[in-house]
Write a protein that binds this ligand. Structure first.
Ligand code: CA
Length: 225
């Protein structure tokens, strides 16, 4: 059973969320104060933490900062404040998600499920990425076109995975370079073109497929025919 910690000083909200989560089958602990929440997070392994920002004593962003010193547990920030500064600070501080009060419980549940899936998603069948007959298993680093396994190098696989994770969206050369090759390659965007050619040679040409499209002057998009 997955364990969720709620750190929220508004007891009505905390109890309401607790009931909903228990109804969904989660095991729930609550803390109404930052330090108490932090102590619980240190004492027990949780699968996910819901963390209010406006807390008495130790505020949520500080609690998050301290949690991140010992844990990578997914954290969803809850807050009444919807300012850009809070969002950026929260996400920079290592929050996985952000939800603004008042929220619909269905939306919160959906985000919790998504965060938990991301956390353990590795083993689930949903982890297979697919576009137009091309399939990747990122956990086993396997690639197929139809029923045919295809060998990809690490960079080719990473590039292909990132494109499929962002399918139907144009990815610029700069973004691809930064995400797949890192900052060391800054400026050398033609390495992206080279690897796109490798992918086309392995995944498209032998199968008569057209999945990766060039967006002139920008970058690439992978999409279903
Ligand atoms: Ca609060």
């Amino acid at each position: 059973m997955e364990r969720i910690l709620i750190i929220e000083d508004e007891e009505k909200i905390a109890r309401f969320v607790e009931l909903e989560l228990e109804y969904e089958g989660y095991q729930v602990e609550k803390a109404f104060e930052g330090r108490e929440g932090l102590a619980l997070a240190q004492a027990h392994p949780f699968d996910l933490i819901l963390l209010d920002i406006m807390l008495p004593g130790l505020n949520g962003l500080e609690v998050l900062r301290r949690i991140r010193q010992f844990s990578t547990v997914p954290v969803i920030l809850l807050t009444a404040r919807d300012t850009v500064v809070d969002k950026v600070t929260g996400l920079d501080g290592g929050a996985d998600e952000y939800i603004t009060k008042p929220f619909a419980i269905e939306e919160l549940l959906a985000r919790i499920r998504a965060a938990l899936r991301k956390r353990h998603g590795a083993a689930s069948p949903a982890a297979i990425l697919e576009v137009g007959g091309l399939r990747l298993n990122p956990v086993r680093r396997e690639c197929w076109v139809g029923a045919q396994p295809v060998e990809l190098t690490k960079r080719e696989f990473d590039l292909c995975q990132f494109l499929i994770e962002n399918k139907n969206r144009v990815m610029s050369r700069e973004v691809l370079l930064e995400r797949i090759w890192g900052y060391d390659f800054a400026g050398e965007t033609n390495v992206v073109d080279v690897y796109i050619r490798y992918l086309r040679a392995k995944l498209e040409e032998p199968f008569g497929l057209k999945l990766i499209h060039t967006v002139r002057g920008v970058g690439y998009i992978i999409k279903d025919e």
